[in-house]
Design a protein around this ligand. Structure first.
Ligand code: FES
Length: 181
């Protein structure tokens, strides 16, 4: 007897797809909640899981993609190990957030929402992070760094890369929050 799971593709993916729609429902109007549930589990929208969910719900893969590409909240590639968020809110913007972003983008050779080839960093702009008095603000792996400039963000990245090279746990990974560099 042949492998029955192959009828529906990977059995683990199929089980996960069913689990997702058991939470969200599978009607077409649930397209956004389904995408949100996938992304909250995986950190992005993996194509293989999306295809499995499509098979289970009957919602076309192309329909999922047309919705997902419309909303900037959805991503199609995995997050890097360190998520860098450059605040682009008003206080940060007038304090030079665009310069910080350009510095990081040039340094890491990625654009907004992109991940470095080595998978170490994802760079993105975000709306106000809620600590405007520290503008301009960058958040790296959940830790806030305030009053930043091009030199200080370069140093932050160099420090993380050096720690990664040594295999050490960085301060950001240790979950420290609220500090300033
Ligand atoms: S505008 Fe950047 S923290 Fe508020």
């Amino acid at each position: 007897m042949g492998c029955t799971c192959c009828k529906n593709g990977n059995s683990a993916l199929n089980a996960e797809a069913k689990d997702i729609i058991s939470i969200t429902g599978k009607e077409k109007e649930k397209t956004i909640p389904i995408l949100q549930e996938i992304q909250s589990r995986k950190g992005y929208i993996p194509e293989d899981l999306l295809r499995e969910v499509s098979g289970v719900t009957g919602i076309a893969v192309s329909d999922f993609y047309s919705v997902a590409t419309f909303y900037s909240q959805f991503r199609f590639t995995p997050l890097g190990k360190h998520l860098i968020r450059v605040c682009n809110g008003t206080a940060c913007f007038v304090s030079g957030a665009d310069i910080l972003f350009d510095t990081l983008s040039d340094l890491l050779k990625v654009g907004d929402g992109e991940t470095t080839e080595d998978g170490l960093f994802t760079l993105e702009t975000v709306a106000c992070l809620g600590c405007c008095s520290l503008a301009p603000v960058v958040m790296i792996s959940g830790r806030v760094y305030g009053k930043q400039n091009s030199d200080s963000v370069r140093k932050l990245i160099s420090s993380i890369i050096a720690d990664e090279a040594k295999g050490e746990k960085t301060a950001a990974e240790a979950g420290q929050t609220g500090g300033t560099a």
